[in-house]
Design a protein around this ligand. Structure first.
Ligand code: FAD
Length: 323
């Protein structure tokens, strides 16, 4: 059965986040040959529509409104619901990001639909679209199908590959006009805590530090390695609690859940709550001076040693490969 699917595009700093393209790819699977309509909400975002076509959107609906300059639950839900009202889709795909985690349940409750959240894989099997999602903090996976109503899912960033971009693709862009009112929150300013650079939740490479880095300065070698690899720096809660870094870097059960291609854990013991945030990384490298550290149980490659010796050596070797 082919479906019309709406996918929400996410914009940060006037740039489309990668998860927007992953959502289009997921939307294509859910659509089963039907139409995928990308929705772009924001202010001054009209120039971004081309990219959505390049990654496979069939049509784009835009709401360009200064009330949507930054995310607010009221503003975005009013705008998104206005598009849904016009389009009446049979499928909806949103990124399982901070924004998506806030918006999707609100929309689902307004539509009185189900919601499969945090999907890591989508396949067509036995005549159904089967969605895989982690449960018990990533210790097991469940497979779900939708039997009735709108197929509404959020997808975990970095798990569903975007389609290959084709710059010859184009399509129809139509604005939706909506009056956004009764905002209960107004964002006056956005202050970035983490330093500029690769976004931790979308990074392909993450170099993470734990209590073993011993100080704020101890993160410097990790930052250098991350820079050479074009990645982001993350941390365990141990490091955050010790004030070595900001909590925005925390990975784990009560931090960010990430799935990079390469995760390098430096001076992290591998507590279950930390594993909940990174155990689905594609390749895990652990550097720890304790050969019995739990992190080695899930690591693909383990280096027993002092991180202050090992990390600079890795950085130097990767630098040579780049030359
Ligand atoms: P430690 O356990 O102290 O490990 C430090 C490691 O560094 C050791 O293995 C040591 O051998 C190694 N080391 C020391 N010096 C060196 C060196 N020079 N070179 C190499 N290795 C060295 N934790 C999270 O990370 N994320 C969460 O989201 C999270 N949520 C939690 C939620 C709850 C409800 C609870 C109760 C706990 C949570 N925790 C979380 C905390 C978690 O249980 C651990 O306490 C924490 O992950 C430990 O951090 P760590 O591995 O950095 O520190």
């Amino acid at each position: 059965m082919s479906r019309k699917v709406i996918v929400l595009s996410e914009v940060r700093d006037q740039t489309l986040r990668n998860v927007s393209f992953e959502a289009i790819a997921a939307g294509k699977v859910v659509a089963e040959g039907g139409e995928v309509v990308a929705v772009l909400l924001g202010h001054g975002v009209n120039s971004l529509t081309d990219q959505l076509f390049h990654y496979g959107a069939d049509r784009v609906r835009v709401i360009d409104n200064d009330q949507l300059k930054t995310y607010t639950p009221d503003g975005f839900s009013q705008a998104f619901l206005a598009v849904l009202e016009e389009e009446k889709p049979e499928g909806i795909v949103i990124g399982h990001t901070a924004l998506g985690k806030d918006l999707a349940p609100k929309i689902a409750s307004r539509l009185q639909s189900g919601l499969i959240s945090d999907v890591t894989d989508i396949e067509v099997a036995g005549g159904h679209i089967v969605f895989t999602r982690p449960i018990y903090s990533g210790k097991a996976f469940e497979k779900k199908i939708v039997t009735d109503g709108v197929t509404f899912v959020t997808i975990r960033p970095n798990n569903i590959a975007p389609l290959e971009a084709d710059s010859t693709l184009t399509g129809e862009v139509a604005e939706v006009s909506v009056e956004i009112k009764d905002l209960r929150t107004i964002v006056k300013d956005v202050v970035r805590k983490a330093s500029a650079g690769v976004d931790l939740s979308e990074a392909k490479v993450v170099v993470a530090g734990g209590r073993g880095v011993k100080s704020m300065d101890g993160f410097e070698p990790l930052k250098e390695l991350a820079t050479v690899l074009g990645g982001a720096v993350g941390a365990s809660r141990g490091a955050c609690d010790a004030d070595y870094c900001d909590y925005s870097l925390q990975i784990g059960q009560t931090g960010k859940v990430i799935t990079p291609d390469l995760y390098i854990a430096c001076g992290i013991s591998g507590a279950i709550q930390h594993l909940a945030g990174m155990s689905n990384s594609k390749v895990i490298v652990a550097i720890n001076k304790d050969p019995e550290a739990n992190i080695f149980k899930i690591a693909d490659y383990g280096i027993v040693g002092d991180l202050f010796e090992v990390v600079p050596l890795l950085t130097e070797e990767f630098k040579k490969l780049k030359v």
